[in-house]
Design a protein around this ligand. Sequence first.
Ligand code: FES
Length: 366
Amino acid sequence: MLVLKQRLTVATFHNLRVKDIYKETDDCSVVTLDIPEELQDDFAYRQGQHLTLRAEINGEKVRRNYSLCSGPSEAEWRVAVKLIPEGKFSTFVNSELKTGDYLEALAPSGRFGVEVNPDKAKNYLFFAAGSGITPILSMIKTHLKQEPHSTCKLFYVNKTAKSIIFKEELEQLRNAYFGRLEIYYFLTRERRDIELFNGRFDDERMEVLCKTFIDIPDTSEVFLCGPEDMVNYVSEYLVNAGLPKELIHFELFVKGLSEEDKARAERLSQQNVEGVNLTIIDGGKEFHFTMTKDYDNILDAALGAGADLPFACKGGVCSTCKCKVLEGTVEMKVNYALEEDDLDQDFVLSCQAVPLSEKVKVDFDV
Ligand code: FES
């Protein structure tokens, strides 16, 4: 029997009014949320962070994570929601949600994005595909505005010219920051005169990009957001071309598990966790309970015990559920969100973390 000594503090959802909603493309709606004055400090965010949104759809509470596409200095909270076939939340937003309705949201979180330093002259590279532009747009706006000596280059893949999300806003930025923002559009389902811009990133294209537009030794940071195969491919190409791995940051759309991930996930789902003593630090308080065999991962076990810890995707992608292991051993089934330096500091995704030792202590406050 699970014993939770004290109900855990709550990752609070706030009911927020939809200030504006418009169609950016045929299948992508942009939603601006009204953040009341008293919540604005809690909702302060850094470029590249995301919101966890929740709505009741056909009697079911559905939550999803969306990157903010506005920039922190705009004092706006805007997300773009691309319609995914059979996606409950994205269908709801794209077909039902209207101005004046309410959505629930957790305060922004996420670790995509780097510190802004107005004194530095950095050269940023961005690779995005489709709705992967959302955190990237926030970063581009922020770095251009707040780092007057920095430059940005964006390589952006879409299916057709009509499906390019935020084309107009990007073009306005290119004009406003003339000479500091370069944008290269790549289309996969429409042909244009210059062959280089027809299709996805591949060896041939990357070779030309690295010879013509990208100066590897002069690159300060690279951000990638899009499907897993694109992110992995471009990262690997740039590392092989001499770019230090630690300069590459990414956020993935996950398609499916690799054979290795599947095998590990399968092995860990067989792990006997019954009787594991779990201690959770959240909101400055310690809570203890014993795991049963109902759940294999720390997040589900804690939620099952009545906790209200933060989570969104439960798929190892968003990092909303991140915590630090202070005691004991855990292993993650999959990890698409944490980078090497997070792992070195013992951070794990609690939705994926399976205890391997009899006692485990994790901290959600760090
Ligand atoms: S809830 Fe998204 S990574 Fe755990």
